[in-house]
Design a protein around this ligand. Structure first.
Ligand SMILES: C[S@@+](CC[C@H](N)C(=O)[O-])C[C@H]1O[C@@H](n2cnc3c(N)ncnc32)[C@H](O)[C@@H]1O
Length: 202
């Protein structure tokens, strides 16, 4: 199973699921909003069904949501059709793709980095498409500290096709080192259920 086929298969269910911790979600959303300016061009990697994109697009000039799953993007486009927002589009794209555009003021990866095949490559690509001085903003489940629970659980779920093909057991330290190694300087971290990291391309 590829990541695209897994996420295509769960997209309808994902679209209907509720945010697990709305308070923490909104706190991290507000932190992200505080970094965005009305003139910014933003790309979100792994945008899923576009809910966060629809909330943040109103704060910037242009916002592109991208996802490897065509089904997720179909749902996102369906949501977009019901809105008046003009500056948002959604495209099917892997986070490593060289077709993502360049010189973004901000690149967002929310609940994505633990799922990618090659984390250093994804972060290098994110660095490449961020303008000098631009921001990389991520939120990532770090299951590493509790791998003794999560690793066997995810292995079992995978046998039934109920977990994504790749789930990394990251720790905040490993994640933040990888972000730094890609050429970013970390300027804010926080814990909003998942690890929140804001980093600047220097
Ligand atoms: C856990 S969901 C998160 C969706 C959304 N960002 C959110 O926070 O609700 C992970 C998303 O990442 C997408 N994804 C997984 N691997 C990807 C990759 N290599 N490139 C782009 N998107 C990917 C999946 O299709 C899915 O929509």
């Amino acid at each position: 199973m590829t990541p695209a086929s897994f996420w295509d298969g769960v997209a309808e269910h994902y679209a209907k699921s509720k945010i697990r911790n709305p308070e923490q979600y909104h706190l991290s959303l507000e932190r992200t909003r505080s970094y965005l300016r009305p003139e910014d061009r933003v790309v979100e990697l792994g945008c899923g069904t576009g809910s966060t994109a629809l909330l943040l697009a109103q704060n910037v000039a242009l916002y592109t949501g991208t996802d490897v799953s065509a089904k997720m993007i179909e749902i996102a486009n369906g949501r977009l059709a019901g809105e008046t927002v003009q500056n948002l589009d959604f495209i099917v794209s892997d986070s490593d793709s060289d077709a993502l555009g360049t010189s973004y003021d901000a690149v967002l990866a929310l609940n994505l980095l633990h799922l990618v095949d090659d984390l250093p490559a994804t972060l290098r690509r994110a660095h490449m498409i961020t303008r000098d001085g631009g921001l990389f903003i991520s939120k990532t489940p770090c299951l590493g500290p509790k791998r003794w629970v999560f690793a066997p659980l995810i292995r079992a779920l995978k046998l039934f096709g109920k977990a994504p093909p790749i789930v990394r057991m990251l720790t905040p330290e490993v994640l933040e080192q990888a972000i730094t190694d890609a050429g970013f300087e970390i300027i804010e971290t926080g814990d909003y259920v998942s690890r929140y990291v804001v980093a600047r391309k220097s």
